[in-house]
Design a protein around this ligand. Structure first.
Ligand SMILES: Nc1ncnc2c1ncn2[C@@H]1O[C@H](COP(=O)(O)OP(=O)(O)OP(=O)(O)O)[C@@H](O)[C@H]1O
Ligand SMILES: [Mg+2]
Length: 254
Protein backbone atom coordinates (compact mmCIF):
# COMPACT_ATOMS: atom_id res chain seq x y z
CA UNK A 1 0.00 0.00 0.00
CA UNK A 2 1.37 3.39 -0.99
CA UNK A 3 1.79 6.03 1.65
CA UNK A 4 3.17 8.86 -0.48
CA UNK A 5 0.17 11.12 -0.10
CA UNK A 6 -0.73 10.06 3.39
CA UNK A 7 -1.32 12.87 5.85
CA UNK A 8 0.20 10.59 8.46
CA UNK A 9 3.19 9.57 6.36
CA UNK A 10 5.58 11.96 8.06
CA UNK A 11 4.79 10.63 11.51
CA UNK A 12 7.25 8.09 12.81
CA UNK A 13 5.47 4.83 13.36
CA UNK A 14 6.33 1.34 14.43
CA UNK A 15 2.99 0.17 13.06
CA UNK A 16 2.13 -0.80 9.52
CA UNK A 17 2.04 2.31 7.34
CA UNK A 18 -1.47 3.46 6.56
CA UNK A 19 -2.80 5.25 3.53
CA UNK A 20 -4.85 7.97 5.17
CA UNK A 21 -5.77 9.57 8.44
CA UNK A 22 -8.55 7.71 10.25
CA UNK A 23 -10.84 10.72 10.18
CA UNK A 24 -10.77 14.28 8.87
CA UNK A 25 -13.42 16.95 9.23
CA UNK A 26 -12.98 20.02 7.04
CA UNK A 27 -15.05 23.11 7.82
CA UNK A 28 -17.95 20.95 8.91
CA UNK A 29 -21.26 22.57 9.74
CA UNK A 30 -24.23 20.65 11.02
CA UNK A 31 -27.63 22.07 11.85
CA UNK A 32 -30.72 20.28 12.99
CA UNK A 33 -34.17 21.44 11.98
CA UNK A 34 -36.55 21.59 14.90
CA UNK A 35 -39.84 22.61 13.34
CA UNK A 36 -39.15 26.08 11.98
CA UNK A 37 -36.07 26.56 14.14
CA UNK A 38 -32.61 25.69 12.95
CA UNK A 39 -30.34 24.45 15.73
CA UNK A 40 -26.66 24.80 14.86
CA UNK A 41 -24.70 21.90 16.40
CA UNK A 42 -21.36 22.31 14.58
CA UNK A 43 -20.15 25.63 13.15
CA UNK A 44 -17.09 25.05 11.06
CA UNK A 45 -15.17 22.20 12.66
CA UNK A 46 -11.85 21.22 11.11
CA UNK A 47 -10.06 18.35 12.79
CA UNK A 48 -7.67 15.64 11.64
CA UNK A 49 -7.60 12.50 13.74
CA UNK A 50 -4.20 10.88 13.35
CA UNK A 51 -3.37 7.21 13.41
CA UNK A 52 -2.80 6.07 16.98
CA UNK A 53 -4.53 9.06 18.56
CA UNK A 54 -6.29 8.34 21.83
CA UNK A 55 -8.35 11.44 21.53
CA UNK A 56 -10.72 12.86 24.12
CA UNK A 57 -13.46 15.10 22.81
CA UNK A 58 -14.52 17.38 25.62
CA UNK A 59 -16.71 20.42 26.09
CA UNK A 60 -19.94 21.51 27.71
CA UNK A 61 -23.22 19.73 27.17
CA UNK A 62 -24.58 20.66 23.76
CA UNK A 63 -21.18 21.67 22.36
CA UNK A 64 -21.41 19.12 19.52
CA UNK A 65 -19.43 16.09 20.68
CA UNK A 66 -22.05 13.47 19.86
CA UNK A 67 -22.85 15.21 16.59
CA UNK A 68 -19.20 15.05 15.51
CA UNK A 69 -18.84 11.40 16.55
CA UNK A 70 -21.96 10.53 14.56
CA UNK A 71 -20.51 12.26 11.49
CA UNK A 72 -17.20 10.39 11.80
CA UNK A 73 -19.19 7.18 12.25
CA UNK A 74 -21.04 7.75 8.97
CA UNK A 75 -24.24 7.69 11.00
CA UNK A 76 -25.22 11.19 9.91
CA UNK A 77 -24.29 13.70 7.20
CA UNK A 78 -22.98 17.24 7.59
CA UNK A 79 -25.04 20.22 6.43
CA UNK A 80 -21.87 21.47 4.71
CA UNK A 81 -18.17 20.71 4.75
CA UNK A 82 -16.32 17.46 4.20
CA UNK A 83 -15.97 14.37 6.36
CA UNK A 84 -13.39 11.78 5.36
CA UNK A 85 -12.87 8.44 7.03
CA UNK A 86 -9.76 6.47 6.13
CA UNK A 87 -9.34 8.53 3.00
CA UNK A 88 -12.90 8.21 1.78
CA UNK A 89 -15.11 11.25 1.38
CA UNK A 90 -18.33 10.10 3.04
CA UNK A 91 -20.50 12.26 0.79
CA UNK A 92 -19.49 10.10 -2.16
CA UNK A 93 -20.61 6.85 -0.55
CA UNK A 94 -23.98 5.19 -0.93
CA UNK A 95 -25.94 4.04 2.11
CA UNK A 96 -24.69 0.51 1.51
CA UNK A 97 -21.08 1.64 1.18
CA UNK A 98 -21.35 3.58 4.43
CA UNK A 99 -22.76 0.52 6.18
CA UNK A 100 -19.86 -1.51 4.83
CA UNK A 101 -17.32 1.08 5.98
CA UNK A 102 -18.83 0.93 9.49
CA UNK A 103 -18.78 -2.84 9.55
CA UNK A 104 -15.28 -3.27 8.20
CA UNK A 105 -13.29 -0.41 9.63
CA UNK A 106 -15.11 1.23 12.53
CA UNK A 107 -15.93 0.16 16.06
CA UNK A 108 -18.58 1.79 18.23
CA UNK A 109 -18.96 2.02 21.98
CA UNK A 110 -22.06 3.70 23.33
CA UNK A 111 -22.96 5.19 26.65
CA UNK A 112 -25.60 2.51 27.18
CA UNK A 113 -23.81 -0.74 26.51
CA UNK A 114 -26.30 -2.01 23.92
CA UNK A 115 -25.46 -5.65 24.44
CA UNK A 116 -27.92 -8.25 23.22
CA UNK A 117 -29.49 -9.52 26.45
CA UNK A 118 -30.13 -13.11 25.36
CA UNK A 119 -26.57 -13.65 24.17
CA UNK A 120 -23.55 -14.42 26.33
CA UNK A 121 -20.58 -12.06 26.48
CA UNK A 122 -18.71 -14.18 23.93
CA UNK A 123 -21.73 -14.37 21.61
CA UNK A 124 -22.16 -10.60 21.81
CA UNK A 125 -18.56 -10.15 20.72
CA UNK A 126 -18.96 -12.76 17.97
CA UNK A 127 -21.96 -11.08 16.42
CA UNK A 128 -20.09 -8.52 14.33
CA UNK A 129 -17.46 -11.08 13.38
CA UNK A 130 -20.27 -13.24 12.03
CA UNK A 131 -21.58 -10.30 9.99
CA UNK A 132 -18.06 -9.89 8.66
CA UNK A 133 -18.20 -13.48 7.48
CA UNK A 134 -15.68 -15.04 9.85
CA UNK A 135 -16.02 -18.80 10.36
CA UNK A 136 -17.39 -20.16 13.65
CA UNK A 137 -14.14 -21.39 15.17
CA UNK A 138 -12.18 -18.30 14.18
CA UNK A 139 -14.93 -16.12 15.63
CA UNK A 140 -14.89 -17.98 18.90
CA UNK A 141 -11.12 -17.82 19.12
CA UNK A 142 -11.05 -14.08 18.41
CA UNK A 143 -13.87 -13.34 20.87
CA UNK A 144 -12.18 -15.23 23.70
CA UNK A 145 -8.85 -13.59 22.90
CA UNK A 146 -10.32 -10.09 23.07
CA UNK A 147 -12.39 -10.82 26.17
CA UNK A 148 -9.15 -12.06 27.73
CA UNK A 149 -7.41 -8.79 26.86
CA UNK A 150 -10.18 -6.98 28.71
CA UNK A 151 -9.89 -9.23 31.75
CA UNK A 152 -13.14 -11.06 31.04
CA UNK A 153 -11.91 -14.54 30.15
CA UNK A 154 -13.76 -16.11 33.06
CA UNK A 155 -17.01 -14.32 32.25
CA UNK A 156 -17.31 -15.22 28.56
CA UNK A 157 -20.36 -17.43 29.04
CA UNK A 158 -22.33 -14.99 31.15
CA UNK A 159 -25.25 -12.97 29.86
CA UNK A 160 -25.26 -9.17 30.29
CA UNK A 161 -27.68 -9.30 33.26
CA UNK A 162 -25.17 -11.53 35.05
CA UNK A 163 -22.42 -8.89 34.71
CA UNK A 164 -21.73 -5.62 36.53
CA UNK A 165 -21.98 -2.32 34.66
CA UNK A 166 -18.20 -2.09 34.37
CA UNK A 167 -17.99 -5.63 33.05
CA UNK A 168 -20.78 -4.99 30.55
CA UNK A 169 -19.01 -1.94 29.24
CA UNK A 170 -15.81 -3.96 28.87
CA UNK A 171 -17.78 -6.49 26.80
CA UNK A 172 -19.02 -3.57 24.68
CA UNK A 173 -15.41 -2.48 24.15
CA UNK A 174 -14.42 -6.07 23.32
CA UNK A 175 -17.21 -6.15 20.75
CA UNK A 176 -16.04 -2.86 19.25
CA UNK A 177 -12.42 -3.95 18.86
CA UNK A 178 -12.85 -7.64 18.02
CA UNK A 179 -13.31 -6.86 14.35
CA UNK A 180 -9.93 -5.08 14.43
CA UNK A 181 -11.33 -1.72 13.40
CA UNK A 182 -9.02 1.09 12.39
CA UNK A 183 -11.02 3.66 14.31
CA UNK A 184 -13.10 3.23 17.46
CA UNK A 185 -15.68 5.91 18.25
CA UNK A 186 -16.96 6.00 21.80
CA UNK A 187 -19.62 8.41 23.07
CA UNK A 188 -19.17 8.86 26.82
CA UNK A 189 -18.09 5.25 27.31
CA UNK A 190 -17.67 5.71 31.04
CA UNK A 191 -20.81 7.76 31.73
CA UNK A 192 -22.53 4.94 33.60
CA UNK A 193 -19.45 3.76 35.48
CA UNK A 194 -18.10 4.66 38.88
CA UNK A 195 -14.63 6.21 39.14
CA UNK A 196 -12.76 2.95 39.62
CA UNK A 197 -14.49 1.19 36.72
CA UNK A 198 -14.08 4.25 34.52
CA UNK A 199 -10.33 4.33 35.20
CA UNK A 200 -9.99 0.62 34.57
CA UNK A 201 -11.91 0.83 31.31
CA UNK A 202 -9.78 3.73 30.08
CA UNK A 203 -6.55 1.97 30.99
CA UNK A 204 -7.69 -1.13 29.07
CA UNK A 205 -8.78 0.93 26.07
CA UNK A 206 -5.48 2.77 26.06
CA UNK A 207 -3.60 -0.52 26.15
CA UNK A 208 -5.62 -1.84 23.21
CA UNK A 209 -4.82 1.36 21.35
CA UNK A 210 -1.11 1.00 22.05
CA UNK A 211 -0.91 -2.76 21.43
CA UNK A 212 -2.89 -2.77 18.19
CA UNK A 213 -2.31 0.75 16.87
CA UNK A 214 -6.05 1.34 16.99
CA UNK A 215 -7.17 4.95 16.93
CA UNK A 216 -9.77 5.97 19.50
CA UNK A 217 -11.95 9.07 19.62
CA UNK A 218 -14.12 9.31 22.70
CA UNK A 219 -16.26 11.99 24.26
CA UNK A 220 -16.26 12.51 27.98
CA UNK A 221 -17.05 14.88 30.81
CA UNK A 222 -14.88 13.05 33.29
CA UNK A 223 -11.53 14.60 34.25
CA UNK A 224 -10.15 11.20 35.28
CA UNK A 225 -10.95 9.88 31.82
CA UNK A 226 -9.40 12.90 30.11
CA UNK A 227 -6.18 12.18 31.98
CA UNK A 228 -5.76 8.98 29.95
CA UNK A 229 -5.96 10.75 26.60
CA UNK A 230 -3.00 11.41 24.31
CA UNK A 231 -4.80 14.37 22.82
CA UNK A 232 -7.64 16.54 24.07
CA UNK A 233 -9.87 18.47 21.69
CA UNK A 234 -12.31 20.92 23.25
CA UNK A 235 -15.53 21.92 21.55
CA UNK A 236 -17.55 24.94 22.54
CA UNK A 237 -20.67 26.02 20.81
CA UNK A 238 -19.96 23.80 17.83
CA UNK A 239 -16.37 24.98 17.34
CA UNK A 240 -12.97 23.57 18.22
CA UNK A 241 -11.53 25.96 20.79
CA UNK A 242 -8.44 23.99 21.77
CA UNK A 243 -6.49 20.97 20.62
CA UNK A 244 -3.62 19.82 22.78
CA UNK A 245 -1.33 16.83 22.79
CA UNK A 246 -0.59 15.64 26.30
CA UNK A 247 2.92 15.14 27.58
CA UNK A 248 4.78 12.82 25.20
CA UNK A 249 5.92 10.73 28.16
CA UNK A 250 2.35 9.63 28.68
CA UNK A 251 1.60 9.13 25.01
CA UNK A 252 1.37 5.70 23.43
CA UNK A 253 4.09 4.81 20.95
CA UNK A 254 3.13 5.58 17.42
N1 LIG B 1 -31.52 15.38 16.52
C1 LIG B 1 -31.41 16.63 16.96
N2 LIG B 1 -32.39 17.54 16.73
C2 LIG B 1 -32.26 18.81 17.14
N3 LIG B 1 -31.19 19.29 17.80
C3 LIG B 1 -30.20 18.43 18.06
C4 LIG B 1 -30.26 17.06 17.68
N4 LIG B 1 -29.12 16.45 18.08
C5 LIG B 1 -28.40 17.41 18.70
N5 LIG B 1 -29.04 18.59 18.69
C6 LIG B 1 -28.53 19.86 19.22
O1 LIG B 1 -27.23 20.07 18.72
C7 LIG B 1 -26.37 20.59 19.71
C8 LIG B 1 -25.19 19.66 19.93
O2 LIG B 1 -25.65 18.44 20.47
P1 LIG B 1 -24.70 17.24 20.84
O3 LIG B 1 -25.59 16.10 21.20
O4 LIG B 1 -23.75 17.01 19.73
O5 LIG B 1 -23.94 17.80 22.12
P2 LIG B 1 -22.92 17.06 23.11
O6 LIG B 1 -21.67 17.88 23.15
O7 LIG B 1 -22.81 15.63 22.74
O8 LIG B 1 -23.67 17.22 24.51
P3 LIG B 1 -23.67 16.23 25.78
O9 LIG B 1 -22.38 16.47 26.50
O10 LIG B 1 -24.85 16.71 26.56
O11 LIG B 1 -23.85 14.83 25.29
C9 LIG B 1 -27.25 20.81 20.94
O12 LIG B 1 -27.70 22.11 20.92
C10 LIG B 1 -28.38 19.84 20.71
O13 LIG B 1 -29.56 20.29 21.37
MG1 LIG C 1 -23.32 13.86 23.69
Amino acid sequence: MSTETAPDAARPSTKKPVAAAPAIATDVHKSFQLGTIEVPALRGVSLTVHTGDFLALVGPSGSGKTTLLNLFGALDRPTSGKVEVLGRDLSTLSKGERARLRLETLGFVFQAYNLVPVLTAAENVELILELQGLGASERRKRALEVLGELGLAELAERRPTELSGGQQQRVAVARAVASRPRLVLADEPTANLDGKNAEQLMALMRKLSTDHGTTFVFSTHDARVIAHASRVVTLEDGRVVSDSALDSATRPER
